[in-house]
Write a protein that binds this ligand. Structure first.
Ligand SMILES: [Zn+2]
Length: 243
């Protein structure tokens, strides 16, 4: 595992990490961006925004940018929030577009988190997500793909038994949608299959419809065909619409 440490100039401490901290856990984020770990850290240290994190992980390396004995502004829970004041913040890169390099980044992040847990003598319960502190849907793609699934990657690294991943049972034929899908500002094509090989329709910009969950990373939606009362069920590509 390649770990690159970038030093935050002490002149920036007052903006990026003003408080001393004894870390009490690890908080996981997704960047919602397609930049590399080095770019994320360079950008974070280069600007004067009160947004910061300790490390970013992509498919090739871990890059740290802040000392772990100082706080970071990452979890949206205020100046005295547990997230902002006690957690080591780790960003997983390439979550905007996802795909193979994101999955590799998640795998490397799991390795790195397992390493940090071992180093501190912590258990898996010390791993939290941004959403735990401020209701922001972050780490968005890791959550879409399954939080317990991600924890299992860490458990595997620690030699712990993995936990069953929760899967909804649709065998009863329930037609209750579990979520809503709200399309973004562009037309979203809908496909018959999760490999997106057969296009069967589309959603208009901002159109909302029912969503039954995410399968193979594809949101399964039930939508009305334009200008009719006919419903179709298919798979969208953009996971950001799942609410
Ligand atoms: Zn976050």
């Amino acid at each position: 595992m390649q770990i690159t440490n970038v030093t935050c100039p002490t002149s920036k401490y007052s903006i990026k990490c003003p408080y001393e901290m004894t870390p009490q856990g690890i908080c996981v984020h997704n960047t919602a961006n397609d930049a590399s770990a080095m770019s994320e850290i360079s950008y974070m240290l280069g600007n004067n925004n009160k947004t910061s994190f300790h490390a970013a992980v992509d498919n090739e390396r871990v890059v740290t940018g802040l000392p772990f004995n100082r706080n970071a502004w990452h979890s949206g829970d205020g100046g005295n929030g547990k997230g902002n004041r006690t957690q080591i913040a780790i960003e997983i890169c390439y979550s905007k577009s996802g795909g193979e390099r994101f999955e590799e980044a998640e795998n490397l992040a799991a390795c790195y988190i397992a390493y940090l847990l071992k180093q501190s003598g912590w258990g898996i319960e010390k791993v939290s997500k941004h959403q735990d502190y401020s209701n922001k849907y972050c780490p968005h793609r890791t959550l879409d793909l399954g939080w317990e699934r991600f924890l299992n990657k860490i458990r595997e690294q620690l030699g712990l038994q993995t936990q069953p991943v929760e899967e909804k049972d649709y065998s009863g034929g329930s037609d209750e949608p579990v979520r809503t899908y709200v399309n973004g500002s562009t037309i979203e094509n809908i496909y018959a299959d999760t490999s997106l090989t057969k296009k069967i329709g589309y959603l208009n910009p901002r159109e909302s419809c029912d969503c039954f969950g995410i399968f193979n990373g594809r949101p399964m939606v039930r939508y009305k065909v334009d200008g009719s009362s006919n419903y179709k069920i298919g798979f969208a590509k953009w996971t950001g619409g799942v609410k």
